[in-house]
Design a protein around this ligand. Structure first.
Ligand SMILES: [Zn+2]
Length: 313
């Protein structure tokens, strides 16, 4: 019997290089290469395979920057989804008071909907850091989905590792509650107070991709480090379990230190020390493989499908 392929999406968190400079405590001036080089490269690759992806945008990067705004408008015009990654990309947004949380979400939303002429349907929190109050705010504003919960067994070790690697010795990424490591690995409606559990919220959670059961991260950053064999095995498991997923990328993965004149200290970012030519080949193969085995849609489309399935079941 012919079965419909499992739904999957490519989601891109557009973190500018200044985010990484901040995270690693680098004093040098960050270039605009994420917008000027990485995004055009990624758009070209997606185009090659006819894939429509979801781009989570930090509105500060485009608000007074005509060229960056143009890059986002072009992505939107090409049929990609443009979604909310906050106004200023605060590390540890969950630590902010409620009015500041609202401001981060609402301001970004205003900028993006003006820019694209479309409503913003989804949110991804910086550093996968989210709490019940942020879910309340998103729900009040009519969001269709959130995609910030990272239900990985490596969540806690990654939190610790990130803290150790960070030169500034300040916490730069929250990654949410340790409970998120046991959240569902497929789209679900979260509980109002404990978002890592299934519940009755209106919006859908599309968890950041992890392999079901073993809960290994299924992400661009991880792929370049662990190699092709693990990617293939992970994908096979996703497909066998029919677990819809979003594969998350960061544009820095398509930048090279010598090739794009980046601060050499960014080599500590996983994968970035691998020659760019090699990474571009890996991503081409990755997209070709995902395309052949999954039905690639935007994250918004995944959220809508999961509601429909719920209604149908
Ligand atoms: Zn981010």
């Amino acid at each position: 019997m012919h079965r419909v392929k499992v739904a999957a999406s490519i989601s891109v968190d557009i973190d500018s290089l200044s985010c990484y400079h901040r995270a690693y405590g680098l004093d040098s001036v960050a270039s605009n290469a994420v917008y000027s080089r990485a995004l055009p490269r990624l758009a070209e690759l997606l185009d090659e395979f006819g894939i429509r992806a979801t781009f989570f945008v930090v509105a500060n990067d485009v608000v007074n920057h005509a060229e960056n705004a143009q890059v986002i408008r072009r992505l939107s015009d090409a049929g990609h989804e443009i979604a909310n990654h906050t106004m200023t990309h605060p590390f540890r947004i969950t630590g902010l008071p409620r009015p500041r949380k609202i401001e981060e979400i609402a301001a970004c939303e205003g900028v993006l909907s003006d820019l694209t002429g479309r409503p913003v349907a989804g949110f991804r929190s910086p550093g996968w850091d989210i709490d019940a109050e942020l879910f309340d705010i998103l729900e009040e504003r009519g969001y269709e989905y959130d995609s910030s919960i990272f239900p990985s067994s490596l969540l806690v070790p990654l939190k610790v590792m990130h803290r150790l690697k960070n030169m500034a010795r300040v916490s730069t990424t929250g990654m949410g509650s340790p409970w998120f490591s046991v959240a569902p690995t497929r789209p679900y409606r979260p509980d109002a107070r404990r978002p890592w559990r299934r519940g009755t919220r209106q919006l859908v959670e599309i968890p950041v991709g992890v392999v079901p059961d073993v809960r290994l991260p299924f992400l661009g950053t991880f792929l370049v480090g662990t190699g092709w064999g693990l990617f293939r095995a992970s994908l096979a498991w996703m497909v066998a379990r029919r677990n819809p997923f979003t594969f998350s990328l960061h544009p820095i993965e398509l930048l090279g230190i010598p090739e794009d004149g980046l601060d050499p200290r960014l080599a500590r970012q996983p994968g970035v020390a691998v020659p760019l030519r090699k990474r571009r080949a890996i991503y081409r193969k990755l997209l070709a493989t995902l395309k052949s085995q999954c039905r690639l849609v935007t994250v918004q489309a995944m959220a809508r499908e999961s509601r429909l399935e719920e209604r149908g079941s």
